[in-house]
Ligand binder design. Sequence first.
Ligand SMILES: [Zn+2]
Length: 339
Amino acid sequence: MSAVPTTAAPAAPGTLTAIATPQVNSATQGAPQAANGDTPPLDWESEIQLVSSLAKLQELERKIHELRQLVPGKLLEPLQSLTNPKWGPQGSSFADSPVQLREGLEQAARTQLANIENFKSMWQGPELQPVWAHVESRLKDSAGQIVQPTGMWERDYDVLLEELLKVERGKDEELLREDEEAERAKAQSSEGEWQGVVESFIQRNLPGVRVIKEQETLSLAIALVKAGVIFHVAGVKEPDAPGVADWHVSSRAPPGRVPTKLENSMTECLNSRPRKWDLAFLLDMISSYADLKQTSCVKCNKLTNNSAQLPTIRRAQSTQPSQGEPRTFAFDALHSSCV
Ligand SMILES: [Zn+2]
């Protein structure tokens, strides 16, 4: 905690802690974003919004203190080398050369001016503009009467912000878990559910992907024509649910041939997927290998890595459309070395 300066450094629109002590509301919004592009108007009722703005102000004030300390000292540093050689360039003293001393002073002035310019653009930047506008409007509404309880920063707002964001993320993850649990329960509630999933997948008619139904119950094969790979998929049931609990994948090499390293690494990735109960997810994941030999890695943008390997890792994209029938999933391709 540091004291709030009574004389704020640059032309300050309002005092720094004028909007401190937010009411603790339940946060209704995610982390506020920079006000560039068409971001929605900020919600000043949101606790996270207030804390995030306070963290920015606190950082600004920390910078003011830093510059106050730093700038005068650094500006005069070349002069100090006159009496103390270790301050000069490469341990020598500027005293030997007035030209060097002048250059040293000029350079120091340019560097410190740049530091101040950086600070100014932070102060006037798009992230702080809405904060200043809010402070202004609060001051206007209260005719300048906003009580500052202590004149001190009550909290470290960057720490508080991180805590709040962690809680938010936890809530989001919990919701996702609940959603998936509901989906899983529905998929496992009836014996024939998976056949409907297969039918609607076949109807999508994805190029280079063929589904081969098998006589055996709870199993099917998917051929990726261009990639020259056939995957065998078998459902595993649990005793207490009529539907399938897990779909297990194996690659099916023609007789007399063992699966290649490439096939093995795809199979391994498929079997370590999330949503193991979800056949629709698995079929889309398998299909994402259809153009294996033309699909570049999303990380390095290359087709093969230094070990001449194709991107065999598939990761579900984080923004999946949660609605729509049939639900589809999109995947990113990655080299194992780029994960
Ligand atoms: Zn890569």
